[in-house]
Design a protein around this ligand. Structure first.
Ligand code: BJW
Ligand code: ZN
Length: 241
């Protein structure tokens, strides 16, 4: 383990907050869309009932994602690849900021906001193209509607992605959990899987979460401030294990 510890970094919306992307349960998100909570918009039922509202919400969010850059937290994680070649990033985020920071191995559990797909034939198009098409939401040639290529409540996670994340969580030495409220399942369950398999759990979050009690070590603070200082700490800590 001292030579090549297996590290899985598991991230949520909190890591991208300092890049200017609102988290799911914060003031900006609620302020602009005060009639709806994210839990009410990120569902197939909402898209069926109010496709234009859901499309506009995603278009607003995509513009934020498009304008954003990786922050010090994403960059720190990408920089650890040299020291830990098997490091895997498992993210609930749909913003591609880990990839843009240089992380090579990223598992996306909740899809990808940079693409849209037809809700009838499954055809995929770039979101950059979809948001410029007429219609809210635009229509596919088959008559279906384009929707963001993300996982909504009540939908299953992409099988291969979840399978790989589950295997990694069950077999890692250290699970580093960053900026997730750990409330949305089955993703949050990966923390329980790793803990049950005897992995060390390190949590980086501004606040406590329901799964904080499983953490071996907790860093309370902003990911962009904590993560760049964590490498030395991890090194010391791993050499003691
Ligand atoms: C900082 C910070 C900084 C801020 N630095 N930290 C009861 C039990 C178990 C499961 C269920 C249940 N009832 C229903 C379910 C199922 C449901 C679920 O989990 N619901 C719970 C809410 C109860 N799950 C599902 O439906 C999933 N599918 C599924 O289960 O399939 C099987 C099935 C199918 C059919 C029927 C039944 C079962 C699918 C879940 C899909 C989630 N999708 C979303 C939207 C993605 C697309 C989009 O982007 O719009 O994914 S919802 C949203 O939540 C998004 C996120 O990935 C996910 C998690 O949120 P995250 O990342 O944790 O963000 P926040 O905002 O919650 O937290 C931010 C954290 O960061 C906070 O802790 C802050 O403190 C911290 N923070 N700034 C450090 N700078
Ligand atoms: Zn189609």
């Amino acid at each position: 383990m001292r030579e090549a510890p297996t590290i899985v970094v598991f991230t949520g919306a909190g890591i991208s907050q300092e890049s200017g992307i609102p988290t799911f349960r914060d003031e900006e998100g609620r302020g602009l869309w005060e009639r709806f909570r994210p839990e009410e918009l990120a569902t197939p039922e909402a898209f069926a009932a109010h496709p234009e509202v859901v499309w506009r919400w995603y278009r607003w969010r995509f513009e934020k994602v498009r304008a954003a850059s990786p922050n010090a937290g994403h960059l720190a994680i990408a920089s650890w690849q040299a020291r830990f070649p098997t490091l895997l990033v498992v993210t609930q985020n749909v913003d591609r900021l880990h990839q843009r920071a240089g992380s090579r191995d990223v598992v996306e559990l909740h899809g990808d906001l940079w693409t849209a797909r037809c809700d009838r034939c499954g055809r995929e198009v770039e979101m950059t193209a979809a948001i410029d098409m007429p219609g809210e939401p635009p229509r596919c040639g088959c008559g279906g509607r384009y929707r963001p290529n993300v996982v909504w409540f009540g939908e299953t996670l992409p099988y291969a992605a979840f399978e790989r994340a589950h295997r990694a969580a069950a077999g890692c030495d250290l699970l580093l959990v960053v900026g997730t409220s750990a409330r949305v399942y089955p993703a949050a369950g990966l923390i329980e899987v790793a803990a049950a398999a005897g992995s060390a759990i390190v949590e980086v979050n501004r606040d406590e979460t329901p799964l904080s009690p499983l953490a071996t070590r907790t860093f309370r603070g902003a990911a962009g401030a904590v993560l760049p200082r964590l490498a030395d700490e991890l090194e010391r800590w791993l050499s003691r294990s």
